[in-house]
Design a protein around this ligand. Structure first.
Ligand code: GLN
Length: 446
């Protein structure tokens, strides 16, 4: 733990992956593991890891990369942090993200801009920018992220590592600052598939504090890693290789699919016809939920409070005006609008219907297949500030990850090769709660 903290302090000037180190807490936890003796049956015992800063850590500042939460010290740990402490893992720091996890480049953070681990002139991806980079840069062996529309899989792809968004309900969201509660899911970044499966073992399971967590038994995810994928039925959706997807990305993913085929998988092309509506529906539903979830940040209970307000109303308005960044405000306004009486039928309800159609697309495919394989992102990492004037371009970049959140499926991104020196991510999508199948294929490929 000491070596890890020292390593981060030197190398993080280059990557800016961390908002805060939790040195005191980490050394205490490490001493407790030392005193108890490292548990030989537990692979995470004594292993340092990083925590996305939208996940609550008791007595350690948690900001969600927003000015409005500056100085906020939670009074409890998120269940995932608790679970990892029980497994003996040592949380060493809080990583940077897009403000409230809204973004795909890491650029909306109030505090700093994390750099891509491979090329510091490129975006790290987001919103879990810091967690992806700290693992890819070798600062820690694993890190926690959250994924509402791609925030684990996309930065994992941009940094060439393994990023898993488990099935909705597999991992507790208790103590995770809510963005869009029906889409949010915690997951983990690692450098290998086996590490990834081992971390999910510690994270997964029912939590009485989160009624959306599943009661079903949690398998040992590492036990499916036997390298055997003979007869695995793989579906390749043609919509995921559309016009917006970079040609070199397509080639590399097709090569990776050929490799899976050579290992004995059966590959067919399929259709997920409602894919093209995913981004539009996501920004309506996700923003609606965000507008409601973010109401609690009003200057009374958490973090930052505007000064010199003359009334309670003014205090709310000033705090939110000064405390939220532009992207967050945009989402709150979008969401509030689509939930308003006049717009609900046209926007929110339609988007919810589209979501159902997207779920049916997946159900139809999984009736005949075990796994869906596709690119994780249409492009490799790009330069900072590139899409500043046109947020729609950035939004469209999530077209391949968003559908998985809409349907609550497990999705994993793994490196499949490089295009002009930058990593290309392949996405493996499983049926609900079929993480084992996803890991089995990823491990055989790796
Ligand atoms: N990039 C998407 C957004 O901005 C997804 C973010 C996420 O998964 N948290 O909403």
């Amino acid at each position: 733990t000491e070596a890890t903290l020292a390593g981060i302090k030197t190398s993080d000037q280059k990557f800016e992956a961390y908002i805060n180190l939790m040195e005191e807490q980490a050394l205490q936890d490490a001493a407790a593991v030392d005193a108890a003796g490292v548990d030989a049956n537990n692979v995470l015992s004594g292993i340092p890891y990083a925590i996305k800063d939208n996940i609550l850590t008791k007595d350690v500042e948690t900001t969600a990369a927003s000015h409005i939460l500056e100085g906020f010290k939670p009074v409890f740990d998120a269940t995932v942090v608790d679970n990892l402490r029980h497994a003996g893992a040592i949380g060493v720091g809080k990583t940077n993200l897009d403000e409230f996890a809204m973004g795909s480049t890491g650029e909306t953070s109030y505090y700093k801009t994390t750099k891509n681990a491979w090329d510091q002139s490129k975006v790290p991806g987001g919103s879990s920018s810091g967690s992806a980079v700290t693992v890819a840069a070798g600062q820690v062996p694993f890190a926690l992220g959250s994924d509402t529309g791609g925030s684990i899989r996309q930065p994992a792809a941009f940094n060439g590592i393994v990023g898993m968004k488990p099935s909705y309900g597999r991992v507790s969201r208790w103590g995770v600052i809510a963005f869009a509660s029906s889409l949010d899911q915690v997951g983990q970044f690692t450098r290998t598939v086996k590490d990834n499966a081992a971390v999910l073992n510690a994270l997964a399971g029912h939590d009485p504090q989160d009624q959306t967590t599943s009661q079903r038994a949690v398998p040992d995810f590492t036990s499916s890693l036997n390298g055997d994928i003979k007869g695995l039925r793989i579906a390749v959706p043609k919509e995921y290789f559309g016009a917006g997807v970079n040609a070199e990305v397509k080639t590399i993913i097709h090569q990776a699919i050929a490799q899976l085929e050579a290992l004995g998988a059966k590959v067919d092309e399929v259709s997920l016809p409602h894919t093209k509506y995913g981004v539009a529906a996501y920004y309506i539903l996700g923003s609606a939920e965000a507008s409601s979830n973010l109401q609690r940040f009003d200057g009374i209970r958490y973090g930052f409070r505007a000064e010199n307000a003359k009334s309670l109303e003014e205090l709310y308005v000033q705090t939110r005006t000064q405390g939220f960044g532009d992207e967050v405000k945009q989402r709150i306004m979008l969401g509030t609008y689509s939930l308003s009486a006049g717009a609900y039928e046209t926007f929110f309800k339609k988007a919810a219907q589209v979501r159902t159609l997207m779920n049916r697309d997946f159900e139809n495919v999984f009736a005949n297949y075990d796994l869906i394989v596709a690119p994780a992102t249409p492009n490799v990492a790009y330069g900072f500030g590139q899409n500043e004037d046109d947020p729609e371009i950035t939004y469209m970049n999530d077209v391949l990850t968003i559908p998985v959140n809409m349907a609550g499926l497990p999705g994993l991104s793994i490196n499949a090769g490089f295009s002009k020196g930058l990593p290309v991510g392949m996405q493996l999508i499983g049926n609900r709660f079929a993480e084992e199948t996803v890991y089995r294929a990823a491990y055989a490929f790796e």
